[in-house]
Design a protein around this ligand. Structure first.
Ligand code: PEP
Length: 252
């Protein structure tokens, strides 16, 4: 058994207005009272961060953001800074989600700068990596993971990355209902851990949490969590309903 505390993180994407988000957060708090040995995080839209931050205050559910701007402040219309996220009560930031990479054309270089901003602010980064279906079909999965990690973490040292979390999210499994098989997920997680070891050493490789993301739901979480290199899940669709998400959280 490893010493890594599992993390179950919910990504609410661009769903829920403020009152819906508040309602879901309150219900989730009730349904997860007494849950032990699992870290829980939810990432609502920017619009409801402050509100949800107040609801979660002094609770065991942590607040996360879905994105961040790499700059500290300035004339960057539509962006959000690390200090703004901290002031809402955030402790985690999702960086490089495949929807940001694909739809909003974020590059590994942008992602590298964002990780830097997150770490400098004392926030916890969740770096998302993963291959598309055509990249998998072409046999390029490991090549893609290697590149995303190498470039995303360029110029960092093990000491800066103590809190880093990586989410392996095969793009073809996100929001599609298709889940990677346990073996496919484990193989990629193992590759990622070995990559971290080669690049940053054994100690970070052993402590880093690597989450799986891609159509995780109550029916498949338990078997996914049985894999030795899977330390939690980043959950989209199944995190939107408090009861369903609480069942994922209570997978044990
Ligand atoms: C995600 O958005 O990170 C995700 C994994 O979504 P879903 O669980 O809906 O596939």
């Amino acid at each position: 058994m490893n010493q890594r505390t599992p993390l179950i993180a919910g990504n609410w994407k661009m769903y829920k207005d403020c009152s819906q988000a508040a309602e879901t957060a309150k219900t989730l708090l009730e349904l997860t009272t007494g849950v032990k040995d699992v870290d829980i995080m939810i990432a609502p839209s920017f619009a409801s961060l402050y509100l949800i931050g107040n609801i979660l205050k002094n609770s065991d559910i942590k607040l996360g953001a879905q994105n961040i701007c790499h700059r500290k402040e300035g004339a960057f219309t539509g962006e959000i800074s690390a200090s703004m996220l901290l002031s809402c009560g955030c402790s985690y930031v999702i960086v490089g989600h495949s929807e940001r990479r694909e739809i909003f054309k974020e590059t590994d270089d942008n992602i590298n700068k964002k990780i830097n901003a997150v770490i400098n602010a004392g926030l916890i980064p969740i770096l998302c990596v993963g291959e598309t279906e055509s990249q998998r079909d072409a046999g390029d999965t490991f090549k893609i993971l290697d590149k995303q990690i190498e470039s995303g973490l360029k110029d960092f040292f093990a000491d800066n990355l103590k809190n880093l979390i990586i989410a392996y999210e095969p793009v073809w499994a996100i929001g599609t209902g298709k889940t990677a098989t346990d073996e496919q997920a484990q193989e990629s997680h193992k590759f990622i851990r070995e990559k971290i070891e080669k690049r940053f050493g054994k100690s970070l490789a052993e402590s880093i949490r690597i989450l799986y993301g891609g159509s995780v739901k109550p029916a498949n979480i338990k078997q996914i969590m049985n894999m030795p290199d899977i330390d939690g899940a980043l959950v989209g669709g199944a995190s939107l309903d408090a009861k369903t998400f609480s069942e994922v959280i209570k997978y044990k």
